[in-house]
Structures are given as structure tokens and as C-alpha cells.
Design a protein around this ligand. Sequence first.
Ligand code: SF4
Length: 305
Amino acid sequence: MNTDKIDRVEAFLEKHKGNIEHCVMCPRACGVNREIEHGECREGWTPRISSANLHHGEEPPVSGTRGSGTIFFTGCNLHCMFCQNFPISQLHQATRTLDTDTLADTMLSLQNKGAHNINLVTPSHYVYQTVMAIGAALKKGLAIPIVYNTSGYDSLPVIRDLGGIVDVYLPDMKYAFDDIAGEYSGASNYPAVNRKALLEMYAQTGAELSLDGDGIAQKGLIVRHLVLPGNIVNSIAVLKWIAENLSPKIHLALMSQYFPADRAAGHPVIGRRLVHEEYDEVVEYADSLGFENGWFQELDAHGGC
Ligand code: SF4
């Protein structure tokens, strides 16, 4: 049993227990009682999920050969108008509501099915409840790495206290500019919040992705960036910031799979797919910065992240 991780879980739960009645768990800091009110994430206290499966479409050190034990939470603290998963994040299409013990048992069930890790997708608005479940699962034998698969709109105190609980961070870095963060995702402070969160993740993990003998990530940081059409300046600024403030040695997942989902359909800038000239420019710039670890998705590829 990982007693150090259990100790860190207990410290986290003690420190952040006020979120039950006054939720400031994410940067929205709504201050609502989650048991009786909804904040910006429009989700109550008890976690709801859309799926819990072995997933093979993540980055290779996450999916491995047997799959990543993906738990996909309903809702989101961002409101991205182009969300590629909008039925889950914004239409709140849940299949199950899971109390702590059931969520812990779901993690153990994924481990028993051979999952390489527990991959918490969009966990930021359920982080306290999820840490409760991790604690319960650890006591029952959960031994595989915990992956925190997030939009990157995370509270710094929360990320700081997830140190030693989360093994692999898988955050987005969506925006470098407040205006498009506000317009596209309803969070004009995303760049500032996201940069602080990623600096803390990097401080915990460093640039190296620690792999086991089968090439499965045990500890580290993988930063994802989805290239948006008409916003190459944004992508270039994001990559420049990562290279200058984290490291060009980090694992970078550059994604080209954008399509104008949901409210982005018909938008004058992002209401279309990416074109080759745009994506090639971003890839060339990433190469010029020296990024050599990670994955650059082929344009026209689908699925994955
Ligand atoms: S988790 Fe939800 S209720 Fe809590 S601060 Fe964030 S958006 Fe608001």
C-alpha cells in the first residue's frame, strides 16, 4: 500500500474540505454549496461520469498496449464554444452518478481489467471528490499511476496539493491571449491561471517523462495544444512560452484534430477546419524551438486526445 500517497490524500482532504459548502475548487471560485447549488460548472457534489473504459486513443505512454483507465467526468469549468466533447461537457450527458466508494471501485475495476493507469478526464470541478475516491481505492489496492487529464484551467493551491497524489499531468495549454480565451472559452484569465498551474506541475515533475520497462508513463508532464484555425499567432505564443518558461524538452502533444463543433459552427474565424499551411507553420515553429519529445498529430487525423 502506498502510505505516502495516502498521507498526501488525507492532507489534501483536510486542507480543502471547505469546498463542500463553499466551492472555490477551481479558478471560477463560485463560492456555492455544491450539495444544493450549481456554480459555473453546473455540476452538483456527487460526481457524474459519461464513461469509464479502457481507452486506446491517448498518447502512447498513456494508452500503452492494454489501454488507459479513462474516467470521463460530466461538465466542465470552461465553456469552450468549440468543445470537441460538448455533449459531455456542456450538455452534461451523464450515464452514472458515483459516490466515493463506487468511484473507488470503478478505479479498481479498471485496474483489474489491465489499465495502465487511472486517467481522470476533466476532473477539475470534481477534484476533491476524486481525491476522496483515490484515497479509498489506495486502501483497497490501487497501485497504478494517476493521470490528471485537464483543460489546464486549474487552481494553483489545488495543483500544489495534488503533488504526490497525481503521477502524470496531462494539461492543455489552450491560449496565450486573454481576448480569445474570453471569447472562445468564457475565461479571459485562462492564460494567467493556466501558466501558474503548468509551472507548478513542472516544478513537481520536471521535463523528464519517467517510463516503466514497457514504456508506460509513471511520472511526468505532457502538455497538449490544440491548434485553432485562424489563430496561428496564439499557437506560436503558446509554444514560445512553454519553451522559455518550462522547457523545450518537455513532451508536447500538438493536435490538429479541430473541427467547428457546437457553437463554433458558423463562427467567422474558428467556424472551419485547420488548413495545411497553418498547421505546417506551427509545426515548423515548434521544430525551430527545439521540441523533440512528444507527438505532432497528422493533419486530417482523428480521435486521440
Ligand atoms: S468547481 Fe464548479 S462550483 Fe466550484 S468553483 Fe469551479 S465552477 Fe464553481
